[in-house]
Design a protein around this ligand. Structure first.
Ligand code: GDP
Ligand code: GDP
Length: 434
């Protein structure tokens, strides 16, 4: 599981600037997905010696008691509790403010590991920029410029040293690790009980980390699976119940740790921003995905048509996933859903041979040449597999920088069809020799 770093500080100190720098992705898979909106508060941290989740906690202002802002504030405070390390940002040009003192006090109470970060220090010496901030009582500050990048790499080297080492995958992909993700009340716990009620549960509950994630091992048709809980499940008698409040961080960690994610939607509700942002994170993490639209038992035909159209419209960037209309209570659609889980897992770990890939690329070119760009005509020569989970195909040739996105999508579609890569994202990358 990935450790969590929370960015904390009053408004305008540069949290989102730092967040963007830490989570910046050069990944075309994410950049080129039409309709995909990235959540600006939660991301995968890539700058530094290891990966982590980053949470921008927003301004931590005293906020309204209800509505979307209250919900955001709740998730922010929860993020501090659930984080492994806090980066507390202050503004080096403004000096210490009373609000900084309030936050410092709150952090001391939360008993988190904290690094004090003085931002906007471009053009200042370290000692000049840091001097003011010792009075916050959080030790020696680090000085950075989030917008220019000065000191950020060094900061993340220090931060990553402080992060705990969380348990890694030991089974090497033999077991299919499944996470059921979705916002509150879509039916995740009900689905877990239905799934496990039919099956032999071998073991459950593997506490140990502060977040008490649980892994439930079970077998279905003689196949071993591990279910990674996102819903705060605890076993009460014979059934699993959700006893904790919804946690974005837990959801993101489970997605990261899974091989296949079942994204569950509630057919009785319209698709919300929260659904879309969980979906966006699954894509960004490169996870295989099966979409389950739950509570299908409770709909009339009119509503069924409406939700189908809405899913098609709002979640176009999930076109690589199989869709299932299911019921956790009746239950139905579950065998087919689990079949898609198996297929998505197989696709994520598929082995694509160099001769087959190269032949396919040549067929694609024969059928349709990449367009000329100026004096350049891209030439595709051969392809090989550059990675698994998700599969990466690296195409070699000349002038490949000139290949337009739609031609790239054409190649992706053909590779997907030929190798039956349903359910997994697929990355096609180009390497030009000239
Ligand atoms: P947030 O409210 O804490 O998320 O702050 P933002 O990231 O939105 O930044 C607030 C303002 O500070 C923006 O105008 C940024 O361009 C600016 N800013 C962020 N980092 C730096 C920095 O390192 N140096 C300077 N001079 N300005 C910065
Ligand atoms: P969670 O928060 O995602 O774990 O959701 P729960 O499993 O607690 O379910 C929330 C509510 O939806 C409960 O009242 C369930 O009985 C109901 N529910 C769950 N699955 C279904 C279903 O397939 N059909 C119908 N009609 N209701 C369901």
């Amino acid at each position: 599981m990935k450790p969590v770093i929370a960015l904390v500080g009053r408004p305008n100190v540069g949290k989102s600037t730092l967040f963007n720098r830490l989570t910046r992705t050069r990944d075309a898979l994410v950049a080129n997905q039409p309709g995909l909106t990235r959540d600006r508060h939660y991301g995968l941290g890539r700058l530094g010696p290891r990966e982590y989740l980053v949470v921008d906690t927003g301004g931590l202002e005293p906020v309204a008691k209800d509505g979307i802002y209250a919900e955001m504030a709740k998730q922010s405070r929860q993020a501090i509790v659930e984080s492994d390390l806090v980066l507390f940002l202050v503004d080096g040009r403004q000096g210490v403010t009373p609000h900084d003192h309030v936050i410092a006090a709150e952090l001391r109470k939360a008993k988190r590991d904290v690094i004090l970060v003085v931002n906007k220090t471009e053009g200042y010496t370290h000692s000049m920029a840091a001097a003011d901030f010792f009075e916050l009582g959080l030790g020696e500050p680090e000085t950075i410029s989030a917008s220019h990048g000065d000191g950020v790499r060094q900061l993340m080297d220090i931060a990553c040293e402080k992060l705990p080492v969380l348990p890694e995958d030991e089974e090497g992909g033999r077991r299919i690790k499944v996470a059921i993700a979705g916002r509150p009340n879509v039916g995740k716990s009900t689905m877990v009980n239905t799934l496990l009620g039919e099956e032999r549960v071998i073991a459950f509950d593997l506490p140990g980390t502060t977040r008490d994630s649980i892994y439930i091992d079970f077998e279905r048709n003689d196949k071993p699976y591990t279910l990674i809980d996102t819903a705060g499940l605890r076993k009460r008698g014979k059934v699993f119940e959700s006893v904790e409040k919804f946690s974005v961080i837990k959801t993101l960690q489970a997605i990261e740790d899974a091989n296949v994610v079942i994204l569950m939607l509630d057919a009785q509700q319209d698709i919300s921003d929260q659904d879309a942002s969980i979906a966006g994170f699954i894509v960004e993490a490169g996870r295989s995905l099966v979409l389950a639209v739950n509570k299908w038992d409770s709909l009339d035909d009119y509503r069924k048509e409406r939700i189908k159209a809405e899913v098609g419209r709002k979640l176009t960037f999930l076109s690589y996933a199989k869709f299932h209309y299911v019921s956790a209570t009746k239950p139905f659609g579950i065998a087919a859903m689990m079949k898609s889980v198996d297929e998505a897992h197989a696709a994520a770990f598929a082995k694509l041979s160099t001769p087959k890939l190269t032949r396919l690329i040549q067929e694609c070119v024969e059928h349709q040449q990449p367009p000329r760009k100026g004096i350049f005509r891209p030439k595709l020569r051969y392809a090989h597999q550059g990675g698994q989970n998700p599969p990466i195909v690296i195409v070699h040739g000349t002038a490949l920088d000139a290949i337009p996105d739609n031609y790239k999508r054409y190649l992706e579609t053909r590779i997907r069809d030929r190798f039956k890569l349903d359910g997994t994202p697929l990355r096609v990358e180009f390497r030009s020799n000239v």
